[in-house]
Design a protein around this ligand. Structure first.
Ligand code: ZN
Length: 313
């Protein structure tokens, strides 16, 4: 149904990229490929999509501290485009690097720095995978204080709701909830520790030259729910991890896109050049705090619509 709707819109004329004219001059569309598995296109379709992007946008490198200079870059009416990839999964080698190399698009890869220390898949990702891979009877056995028992009629909604319920909380509150849940979530999450291979420091340094690296925190916790002290220490620890591995970072992507204004101001006082949130709307070259589009598409038609920043998910 979803695919048919976007195909029909393509058919009635949107294929001509008419909707891109709805973007204001100086608009910057930032597509975020979270873990790469939301690029649900075949290789050929993804190739078509990236080709369409290259024809209709001017691509920018977000790690460049002076992206606003591009706003004077000329008379083109094309909107601007940047790519980010959050978390640092090794899967970018299969899913994105071939296109990045072919089209020479700059990609900003936001790394969770704890993964460079322990090589473990971050808890938030392990939890998502654990739920996605669980059988109906396993999900039915879950007892999470304060969260409704599993209903097979609403599997997807129940899982998404539980992810938010578990992950969007302070570190203390998360630990308490995991401890009081049944079955023992700590044990289950430990068993899923190897479910997603993360990039090593060596692999990051060996990425193609059009890849730059951004800071995606040390702990990957929702920073708007942590104390200011926790946030500062997390950022400084993350900077130390990158510096010790000779990896240059100038940008910061908030985990889950969740931030507080004083945290954003503090980052700029520490030399961060661009701050990345979510929000699923277009940003602009005149901003330093950017909304991004969490990209997901299962057809080329849908991909073009998502990239136009018209639709909010
Ligand atoms: Zn993330």
């Amino acid at each position: 149904m979803r695919t048919q709707i976007f195909s029909i819109l393509d058919f009635i004329g949107f294929r001509s990229s008419l909707y891109l004219r709805l973007l204001r001059p100086g608009s910057l569309v930032i597509l975020n490929f979270h873990l790469c598995d939301n690029l649900l296109l075949s290789h050929d379709d993804a190739n078509d999509f990236f080709n369409w992007l290259s024809l209709n946008f001017i691509t920018l490198d977000l790690s460049n501290s002076s992206i606003s200079l591009h706003s004077q870059a000329g008379s083109s009416h094309k909107p601007f485009l940047a790519f980010t990839i959050d978390d640092g999964s090794y899967a970018i080698h299969d899913r994105l690097i071939p296109f990045a190399e072919k089209f020479r698009f700059p990609f900003l890869t936001n790394i969770i720095s704890s993964t460079l220390v322990d090589s473990l898949t971050p808890v938030s990702i392990r939890f998502q995978r654990l739920l996605a891979d669980s059988t109906e009877s396993q999900l039915s056995s879950f007892s999470i204080p304060g969260y409704p028992r599993y209903s097979s009629f609403r599997r997807r909604r129940w899982i998404l709701g539980l992810q938010k319920y578990m992950l969007l909380r302070s570190s203390e509150s998360y630990s308490e909830l995991v401890d009081s849940s049944s079955p023992n979530l700590c044990k289950l999450l430990e068993d899923y520790s190897k479910c997603e291979r993360m990039l090593s420091a060596h692999e990051i340094r060996a990425l193609p030259s059009n890849f730059s690296i951004g800071n995606h925190s040390f702990s990957h916790l929702p920073m708007n729910l942590q104390t200011f002290e926790f946030f500062k220490n997390d950022f400084l620890e993350s900077c130390n991890v990158f510096a010790a591995r000779n990896i240059a970072v100038q940008t910061y992507a908030f985990p889950f896109g969740l931030s507080l204004p004083e945290q954003v101001s503090w980052l700029f006082s520490r030399g961060v050049t661009n701050v990345l949130l979510t929000g699923n709307r277009a940003s602009s070259l005149s901003e330093s705090v950017h909304s991004r589009i969490d990209f997901s598409a299962s057809s080329v038609s849908e991909a073009r619509f998502r990239a136009s920043a018209i639709l909010r998910r």
